[in-house]
Write a protein that binds this ligand. Structure first.
Ligand SMILES: [Mg+2]
Length: 229
């Protein structure tokens, strides 16, 4: 099938969200060494990550708002670890530090630009509006080359909600079957795109066999660019 438009996910596809999250938490740990006595940084990172997942799910389902996500991810983490810190202050500190650690994944921006030189491209990202906008400010090529930028908070639903993909397809002004979505999440990206009738490319470091309905499964961006262009 022809590909006439390429949408990219941002976090853990073009930018290394997970590394920035770990580094931001490491900074929080270092800034409050006394409060984290007996809690290794790796334990903070794992506990936070485990606490965040269900909260994002509830946020996606519309049962809690983003302020609750931000506060509760630290409230739950500190509760589980027995750490006496204010969750709201911790979140503010963490968000500021998280932003200092944003980095592109190796080869991702070069591949994005190479694709953008030949095909119309766009961005679809879940996440908090102000945070995702700041990421696009930090990596302006992503916005400057994009024919459409879709941030879930503006659409009112998160990936993999069909309404978000429908709006993205409309803005691409090509048939859904001619759109390729490139992302790291089987649930949010691959399934969302596939159900919308798009093609999908799955960026993953996983090596286990998974029966995913994707046009390409890849873990380095040169492979992706060579396959598409
Ligand atoms: Mg992602």
């Amino acid at each position: 099938m022809p590909i006439r438009f390429v949408y990219f996910d941002v976090d853990n596809t073009l930018l290394d969200h997970s590394a920035a999250e770990r580094a931001g938490l490491q900074d929080l740990h270092a800034a409050h060494a006394e409060a984290f006595t007996g809690v290794p940084v790796a334990q903070l990172q794992q506990t936070y990550h485990a606490a965040s997942g269900p909260l994002w799910k509830q946020y996606a389902e519309g049962t809690i708002d983003k302020a609750a996500v931000k506060e509760r991810r630290f409230a739950h983490t500190f509760g589980a670890l027995g750490v006496a810190l204010d969750p709201r202050a911790a979140n503010a500190f963490y968000m500021a530090r998280y932003a200092t650690h944003w980095q592109a994944i190796d080869g991702a921006l070069a591949a994005f630009e190479a694709v953008a030189a030949q095909l119309p491209v766009g961005i679809i990202t879940n996440g908090f509006l102000e945070t995702q906008r700041r990421k696009l400010d930090r990596f302006p090529v992503l916005r400057d080359r994009s024919a459409a930028v879709i941030i879930s908070e503006e659409t009112g639903v998160l990936k993999p909600h069909p309404r978000l993909f429908a709006e993205a397809a409309q803005r691409a002004t090509v048939a859904p079957a001619d759109i390729l979505y490139v992302g790291d999440s089987l649930f949010s990206d691959v399934e969302g795109a596939t159900r919308a009738g798009w093609q999908a490319a799955w960026y993953t470091t996983a090596t286990d066999p998974v029966d995913a309905p994707v046009a390409l499964r890849f873990h380095d961006w040169d492979t992706f660019a060579a396959w598409l262009l």
